[in-house]
Design a protein around this ligand. Sequence first.
Ligand SMILES: Cc1cc2nc3c(=O)[nH]c(=O)nc-3n(C[C@H](O)[C@H](O)[C@H](O)COP(=O)(O)OP(=O)(O)OC[C@H]3O[C@@H](n4cnc5c(N)ncnc54)[C@H](O)[C@@H]3O)c2cc1C
Length: 427
Amino acid sequence: MALSPKDFTVAIVGGGMCGLACAIVLNRSGIDVNVFEAATKFGEVGAGVGFGPNSLRALKGLGLYDTVLKAANEPPNMRLFRFIAGTGDHELIYDYVNLAKSEEDHTGFGIYRPAFLDALTPLMDPARTRFNKRCVSVEKADSGRQLLRFADGSTFEADLVIGADGIRSVARKVIVGDESSCLGFSNTVAYRGLVPIDVLKAKGMKVPVHTRPHCWIGLGKHLITFPMRNDTLLNIVAFISSPDGLKLSPEHPQPWVRTAPQQELLDGFQGFGNDAMTVLKHIKTPSLWSIHTLHPPLKSFVAGRVVLVGDAAHGMLPHLGAGVGQGFEDVYTLYRVLTHPATKKTNLETALAIYDDMRPSRANMVLEGSIKAGNVYDGFGESKYSAEDVVTHLTGQWDPVWFYDIVAEVSDTLKQRENELFSLATS
Ligand SMILES: Cc1cc2nc3c(=O)[nH]c(=O)nc-3n(C[C@H](O)[C@H](O)[C@H](O)COP(=O)(O)OP(=O)(O)OC[C@H]3O[C@@H](n4cnc5c(N)ncnc54)[C@H](O)[C@@H]3O)c2cc1C
């Protein structure tokens, strides 16, 4: 695509996986972009993250796929989840079947989160990266531009603000006003840890945790495990939810993340079988996360010249492992509309309207799916879901997430709607 320098400037609030990816591709395309990150450097929790076919298509479209794949340090493969009983001998309930019609829809991989950011950081111009910049508000300046205010008292003006500041987004306030109306605690907590796989193998575990991702389902709790780093490290997330299924309550007090005593985790999973407990006993210092979600989902991700991407727009439950993928789809869509040859300062609102017509319905469908998935994983046993029910609910659950070609969708939409951009650009 031939790119031309633009007559508008962009400020990105937040340099997580989505904000950094967005900053790199806009900077590469010649757009004047600055990214403002609250932390002292780009950083992520030391845990894994999985990318499905739709995430990889977006990364390819952004020109970041090769860099990320190299950092993952393993060949792309798609190892599907085995759903097993958390209790007893961990009976196999459902071996997920991917009905992919193309090879591309059968590709995915996992990566250590810090490795993702380490690989991408050198691609961003350091002169356009500001750390220790916690944004406290986004307002309209007298100049008509967007005014960012930071906790250190400094300010910055840009024509367009991209809010990539995660689930507790400050930028989102421009769109929803009082954010307590849409941000809720899911009554679910997650304990996270990483354990060397060799150590577990030595314990004679029967569940093949080193070769496949597993979801160990139960009543009011479930475990997710998947191997990373060429099958040397097991990523573990252990969820405990309210017995009534998803019930949103007001935002949990800070901190949302803390270190928890191991005994608390072991007590929570009492009743789970031997292999599950072996895995959990090896997480010596679990981190404990309060899981929040945006609900009801935002109808729009845009207000004036402020636009949201990633968790700021659609922070969802982690049960489909699809949050970043939706963020990458946002970033790809925004990148294409902003770098379209006809997009200029005068028609930014039109470009953003195209973005806003594409993204909320798709991302929110995945968000709703993440809630349904959690209810099934935490609903196995007694009077809730039988093994047969679980199979029925889970069959094809990832089809709408994975079998989606963001590159083709955006290309088609831009072809249909570029006249709107051109007419305003020349008027
Ligand atoms: C347990 C768990 C497992 C998950 N597993 C997966 C998975 O396998 N696959 C998947 O696709 N997704 C997964 N997700 C979801 C995924 O982690 C998120 O969707 C993703 O991290 C969102 O990225 P982001 O860049 O939008 O936001 P964030 O990662 O939250 O980044 C926001 C950035 O903005 C900065 N910031 C915040 N506020 C401000 C401010 N006011 N001013 C300046 N900077 C600010 C923060 O410091 C941070 O760097 C999981 C989530 C959880 C909790």
